[in-house]
Write a protein that binds this ligand. Structure first.
Ligand code: ATP
Ligand code: MG
Length: 576
C-alpha cells in the first residue's frame, strides 16, 4: 500500500467544529459539513473547502480519476473563463439564460464562466483532430464550474460554484459512441459503489445540454430534489421523463349518451367529481396552450393526473401554456375546457389512457357547462394520442407491467449521447474512411464531485455526526489519548499514531488538552471511521480500545497488537 504518510495533530489541525447547528442549513450534509469544519460559506452557493473537507474532495476526485483512466479517457484541464464567440457558434449564448454568468474584459470582449465545457472542447478538437484514424478520443477534466443557479441551497448539493468531472468523447460512428457511452456508464456505476452510495441508474430527460440518449445516476435520499419511479424488475426513471402507463380502471364502464349539464360554480376537478359522485379519475382535465404561431392546443389528461410539461413539449414543440389574459383572448372558459366541440382549429392532444371507450366527464368549452358520457371517437376527436402525464408510484411498469414504487434521489452524475449537435453547429469535422468530411459524433459525461460528497454524507450519518465510508473519509483513524499530560498514556498514543502513519494509514492524534467528552464528541462529529482510545486504566492493563464509527462496536486489544489490528481493518475496507 504505497500511500503518503499522513500524520496530523488535532491541536494544529484547521478543522473548526461548531456546537450549534447553523440556522441556514436545512439538510444533514449541509449541517454536518459546516459543523465538522469541512466547509465554510463565502457567498450564496459558494464555499471554501477547509483541509479535512478538501481531503475528502480529493479522494472523490481520485476515485473518479482512476475509473476514467481505466476506460482510456485522458485528463486535461480546460479554461473556466470562455470566450462568448464559441457560445454564439453553438447558439447557447442566448439559449442558456441567466444561469450563464457573463463578464466583459477590459477591451469590452464578452466572456462567460463555464457551466459546462462542450463549446471549448469542441473548438479545441476541431483544430487538432483531422482524421478518423485519430478517433475515438475521450478527454476529461476536474474543474470548477459556475452556474448562477436561481436557488442555490442545501450546501454542496446545489451550489453556484462546484467541482465537476466532465468528460467528452469524439467518434467517427454512432456504434463507437455507444461503446464508449456504455464504458462511461459502467465506470459511473463503479464510482457510485466505491463512494459507498446506494444508487440507481435512471432514464432521464436531456434538458439544456441536448441529445436524446441519457442516463442519470441517482443517490437515493429523501432530501434529493429528483423524484423517481422504479420497479422491482430494475426499470427506473426520473418522473420528468418516465414513460407513464396509467392503470385503466374507470368506475363508469357502460357507454351512455352524451349529455350537456349545467355546472354553475364547479371549477375544479374535485368539485366536479363530488357533484356527480364519481372519482376524479373519471373526469378529463384539459389544459390550454398555444403553438409558437398561435394555434390553440388542448392537452387532455385524466382528472386525477398531472400534465407533464416536458411531454407536452415533446408532443408539440415550442408549446406554451396560456396565462390568465390569454384565456380571454382565445375566448375560452378556463374552468370548463374539454375535447368535445373545441374552438375551430384547436389541436387536441390526449393522454393515451383516455382512449378507452368509457363515459368521461369533461368541460363543454362554455362557462358553467360540462358533458357527461363523452366517448372518444364518438363524441370527440383527438389529433394526437400520446403519453402526457407525470408518472407516479402505483402506475404500471412500462417494462414488465409490475407496479411502480417511488423514491427521491440526488442526481450525482449523468451520461449523454450528444450526437452531432455541437460538432455540426461549430463545424467540427474529420475526414472519414471514405474520404468524406463528417461532423464528430460526440458524448459527454459529468460527475458532480462536490455534490457526490454531500450525497455520501446524506446517506452516511447519524445523530452524532458523519459516518464516513473508508474510501472518502478525510482520514482513516483518530488516536485519542484521554490524558495528554500523562507521561505513560501519551507516549503510547504517540507511538501508535506514528506507527500507523508510517504504514500509510492516515491518522490524526487528538493531542488537544480537552475533556474526554469534548474529544469524543468532535471525533464522532468529524466521523473518522476508526477511533483508538488510549486511557490510563487501559494502558495500565496493557490495552487500548478500538472503536468502529459505523457499527459502534468497541474492542479492546493489546497495545502491541493495536497497530496491526487497525491496519488490517483499514486495508480490508479499502480493498477493491
Ligand atoms: P440539476 O438537474 O441538478 O440542476 P444538471 O442536470 O443541470 O443538474 P448536469 O449538467 O448534468 O447537471 O451536470 C453534471 C453533474 O454536475 C450533475 O449530475 C451534478 O452532479 C453536478 N451539478 C450540476 N449542477 C450542480 C450544482 N448546482 N451544484 C452542485 N453540483 C451540480
Ligand atoms: Mg444532469
Amino acid at each position: 500500500m504505497p500511500r503518503d504518510r499522513v500524520a496530523l495533530r488535532a491541536n494544529s489541525l484547521y478543522a473548526p467544529t461548531l456546537k450549534e447547528v447553523p440556522a441556514e442549513a436545512e439538510i444533514a450534509s449541509h449541517r454536518l459539513m459546516l459543523r465538522a469544519g469541512l466547509i465554510r460559506k463565502a457567498a450564496a452557493g459558494i464555499y471554501s473547502f477547509l483541509p479535512l473537507g478538501y481531503r475528502s474532495v480529493r479522494k472523490v476526485e481520485q476515485i473518479v480519476r482512476e475509473e476514467m483512466d481505466t476506460i482510456g479517457s485522458q485528463e486535461l484541464l480546460l479554461p473556466i473563463v470562455q470566450p462568448a464567440e464559441l457560445w454564439h457558434e453553438s447558439g447557447r449564448w442566448t439559449e442558456y439564460g441567466p444561469e450563464l454568468a457573463r463578464l466583459t474584459d477590459r477591451a469590452g470582449r464578452d466572456f462567460c464562466l463555464g457551466p459546462t465545457h462542450e463549446e471549448i472542447i469542441t473548438a479545441l478538437v476541431r483544430n487538432e483532430v483531422r482524421s478518423y484514424r485519430e478517433l475515438p478520443l475521450s478527454l476529461y477534466q476536474m474543474n470548477m464550474k459556475f452556474r448562477d443557479e436561481i436557488r442555490p441551497r442545501f450546501g454542496l448539493l446545489r451550489g453556484r460554484e462546484f467541482i465537476m468531472k466532465d468528460a467528452y468523447s469524439f467518434h467517427a460512428t454512432q456504434e463507437s459512441l455507444q461503446e464508449h457511452y456504455d464504458e462511461q456508464a459502467g465506470a459511473y456505476g463503479r464510482i457510485c459503489d466505491r463512494l459507498g452510495l446506494i444508487w440507481r441508474p435512471v432514464a432521464a430527460e436531456s434538458g439544456q445540454i441536448g441529445g436524446s440518449v441519457t442516463t442519470e445516476f441517482m443517490a437515493l435520499a429523501d432530501s434529493g430534489e429528483a423524484e423517481l419511479v422504479y420497479c422491482a424488475c430494475g426499470w427506473a426513471a426520473n418522473v420528468d421523463a418516465a414513460e407513464a402507463v396509467v392503470p385503466r380502471s374507470p368506475a363508469v364502464t357502460e357507454p351512455r349518451d352524451l349529455e350537456k349539464v349545467p355546472t354553475p360554480g364547479l371549477r375544479t376537478i374535485a368539485e366536479l367529481a363530488a357533484a356527480f359522485d364519481i372519482s376524479e379519475h373519471d373526469t378529463v382535465k384539459t389544459m390550454a396552450g398555444k403553438t409558437p404561431d398561435g394555434r390553440l392546443v388542448f392537452f387532455c389528461v385524466p382528472g386525477d393526473r398531472e400534465l407533464n410539461p416536458v411531454k407536452a413539449g415533446w408532443a408539440v414543440p415550442g408549446v406554451e401554456l396560456l396565462d390568465e389574459e390569454e384565456f380571454a383572448a382565445y375566448a375560452i372558459p378556463k374552468g370548463s375546457l374539454g375535447p368535445v366541440h373545441p374552438p375551430e382549429g384547436t389541436f387536441v392532444v390526449a393522454d393515451r389512457s383516455l382512449e378507452v371507450e368509457v363515459a368521461w366527464v369533461t368541460g363543454a368549452n362554455e362557462e358553467d357547462f360540462h358533458y357527461l358520457g363523452a366517448m372518444p371517437g364518438r363524441d370527440f376527436q383527438v389529433d394526437q394520442w400520446t403519453d402526457l402525464v407525470v408518472a407516479r408510484p402505483g402506475d404500471d411498469c412500462p417494462e414488465c407491467g409490475g407496479t411502480l414504487e417511488g423514491a427521491r434521489g440526488i442526481e450525482v452524475s449523468q451520461v449523454f449521447q450528444l450526437g452531432t449537435k455541437y460538432s455540426q453547429a461549430m463545424g467540427a469535422t474529420f475526414t472519414a474512411e471514405d474520404g468524406s468530411e463528417k461532423p464528430f459524433v460526440m458524448g459527454c459525461y459529468g460527475v458532480g464531485i462536490t455534490r457526490s460528497l454531500a450525497a455520501v454524507i446524506e446517506q452516511h450519518h447519524d445523530e452524532h455526526g458523519i459516518v464516513w465510508p473508508m474510501s472518502v473519509a478525510p482520514l482513516h483513524v483518530a488516536v485519542i489519548p484521554l490524558s495528554v499530560g500523562d507521561d505513560v498514556v501519551y507516549p503510547v498514543a504517540e507511538q501508535l499514531w506514528s506507527t500507523l502513519a508510517g504504514r500509510g494509514v492516515e491518522t490524526v492524534i487528538d493531542d488537544r488538552d480537552e475533556r474526554a467528552g469534548v474529544k469524543f464528541a468532535d471525533n464522532e462529529l468529524i466521523g473518522y471511521p476508526i477511533q483508538v482510545v488510549v486511557g490510563k486504566k487501559g494502558v495500565a492493563g496493557g490495552i487500548v480500545e478500538i472503536k468502529n464509527r459505523s457499527t459502534g462496536e468497541r474492542t479492546e486489544v493489546a497495545i502491541d497488537e493495536a497497530a496491526d489490528v487497525v491496519t488490517a481493518i483499514v486495508e480490508a475496507a479499502l480493498a477493491p
